[in-house]
Ligand binder design. Sequence first.
Ligand SMILES: Cc1cn([C@H]2C[C@H](O)[C@@H](COP(=O)(O)OP(=O)(O)O[C@H]3O[C@H](C)C(=O)[C@H](O)[C@H]3O)O2)c(=O)[nH]c1=O
Length: 186
Amino acid sequence: MDIIKTKIPDLLIIKPKVFEDERGYFFESYNERVFHEKGIDLEFVQDNESKSGYGVIRGLHYQLAPYSQTKLVRVIEGKVFDVAVDLRQDSPTYGQWSGIELSAENKIQFLVPKGFAHGFSVLSKSATFIYKCDNLYNQEAERGIAYNDPSLNIDWRIQPGKEIISPKDRVLPNFREAEKNFKYSK
Ligand SMILES: Cc1cn([C@H]2C[C@H](O)[C@@H](COP(=O)(O)OP(=O)(O)O[C@H]3O[C@H](C)C(=O)[C@H](O)[C@H]3O)O2)c(=O)[nH]c1=O
């Protein structure tokens, strides 16, 4: 497993070791000991899965402390553009975002720590997105930031007019309006 740092501290790209043979492929999508050996100690308590069609943008979402979640995300069908926004007010990259293409083909994972807003756009005809969380879902603690916040200026790589956004996500506040929420448990 290779870990690649991004410009944002603690936001990591993980490339698993894939074993291919005439039958197909095998890889460990998560191994507690291997993560520990790389200095990453997490206790995942919930796995999620969502499937979406082309143009869907889910996010940007986060949960308030003490319910904030670290997410280990990946794609098992199709391709997405995955984005994490740094909400950690003591971070040198506060307010910055980083994005990466995750696909069933590249098998890349994104480790999105507590203190980040997270979202993704679906670039393929459909995409199945799965992820591990180290804190349980807490609806009352759910918050979000507008996917199209001009201060973030995220290019979701979707043909203009083809974006599919949930009613809940359509009314999310911009980063500056949401700022008062940004407390996270380390
Ligand atoms: C997240 C979640 C949702 N739900 C229920 C609540 C709704 O009735 C339904 C759909 O939820 P929602 O529209 O919030 O799903 P997404 O838009 O995919 O939300 C996710 O979007 C971005 C990408 C994230 O990073 C978060 O994990 C999560 O917020 O599932 C649950 O029962 N448990 C859960 O953990």
